[in-house]
Design a protein around this ligand. Structure first.
Ligand code: SAH
Length: 247
C-alpha cells in the first residue's frame, strides 16, 4: 500500500515535525494515531516516518529508512500572470508534471489589477504548490519566485536553453527546435543546464517583448497553428519537454 506523503516543516537526522495546518489536518481530519506511518520529505530525502506524538499544532515523527526520491524536471516555467483561478490551476498542474521552478511574470499585457495583486497572491501560490507536491508524491516543492517584470527577468537569465512560447511564431516548432538542439542528456535539475520556457498572458506578447526576448537569446517556438490559452500552453510545453527529457 502506498503511504501518504508529507513535507516536513522541521527535521534532523532522526526526527521531523509537521506544524500548523498540516498537523491540524492529520489530527482532526485524518485522526492519525501514534505509531502510524507516513512518507516524510525531509529536505532532499524521503524517509519512512512513524508518529511519536500528536497535537493539533505539531505532529512529531521519528525518521527511519530512506526511500526512493523522485527528481524534478530541469524545467523553469516563466508564466505570465493570468486570472486567479487559471493561474492557480496552472501552478497545481505544473507541480504535478514535475517542474523545478515557476516564475510569475508581469508582462506588458498582464492586466493591471492582477499585476498589482500578484505579490499578495504569491503565498497562496506557494501553498498550492506545496499541497500539489504532496498529493503527486514529489520529493520536493517547486520554487515559486516573487513576481518579476519581463524586463528584469530577461537580464537575469541563468545558463539554460531559453524557449519563448509564441503565438506569432510560424516557422519554428517546439519539436523542430528540440530535434535541432543537443540531446536531453545535458539537462539536469541541478547541473549543468536547465530549460526555461516563457508563456505570455491572455492578451499575448507585445512585439516589443518578442524583440527583447530574442535579444537575450530566447528562441521563439510554436506549439502549432491553434491558439491555446496561456495555461494550456504551459501544461503542453511541460508535457512535451518531460517526455523529451525521459524518465
Ligand atoms: N491573445 C492572443 C493569444 C495569447 S495566448 C491571441 O489571440 O493571439 C497566451 C500565450 O500562450 C501566448 O503568449 C503564448 O506564450 C502561448 N501560446 C498560445 N498558443 C500558442 C501556440 N500555438 N504556440 C506557442 N505558444 C502559444
Amino acid at each position: 500500500m502506498t503511504r501518504r506523503r508529507w513535507i516536513a516543516d522541521e527535521w534532523d537526522q532522526t526526527s521531523a515535525v509537521l506544524r500548523n495546518a498540516q498537523a491540524a489536518h492529520l489530527a482532526r481530519v485524518l485522526r492519525a494515531q501514534v505509531g502510524q506511518e507516513f512518507d516524510i520529505v525531509a529536505g532532499t530525502e524521503v524517509r519512512r516516518g512513524v508518529i511519536d506524538n500528536i497535537r493539533e499544532d505539531a505532529v512529531e515523527l521519528s525518521l527511519h529508512e530512506t526511500l526512493d526520491a523522485t527528481t524534478c524536471l530541469p524545467l523553469v516555467l516563466a508564466l505570465s500572470i493570468i486570472r486567479y483561478e487559471r493561474m492557480e490551476w496552472a501552478i497545481e498542474k505544473l507541480t504535478e508534471l514535475g517542474v523545478a521552478r515557476i516564475v510569475p511574470l508581469i508582462a506588458q499585457r498582464t492586466e493591471k489589477h492582477l499585476a498589482q495583486a500578484a505579490q499578495k497572491r504569491t503565498e497562496r501560490w506557494r501553498k498550492i504548490a506545496h499541497e500539489s507536491a504532496q498529493q503527486s508524491r514529489r520529493s520536493d516543492v517547486p520554487e515559486i519566485t516573487d513576481p518579476i517584470p519581463v524586463s528584469n527577468y530577461l537580464s537575469a537569465g541563468p545558463d539554460a536553453l531559453h524557449l519563448l512560447l509564441s503565438e506569432h511564431e510560424r516557422a519554428r516548432s517546439l519539436r523542430g527546435c528540440l530535434e535541432n538542439s543537443d540531446g536531453p542528456e545535458i539537462y539536469s535539475a541541478t547541473a549543468p543546464r536547465t530549460i526555461c520556457a516563457a508563456i505570455g498572458p491572455e492578451g499575448g506578447w507585445t512585439d516589443g517583448e518578442v524583440v527583447s526576448f530574442a535579444k537575450y537569446g530566447w528562441q521563439s517556438v510554436s506549439l502549432g497553428s491553434r491558439i491555446l490559452r496561456a495555461e494550456t500552453a504551459a501544461i503542453a510545453v511541460a508535457s512535451v519537454l518531460s517526455s523529451w527529457l525521459g524518465p
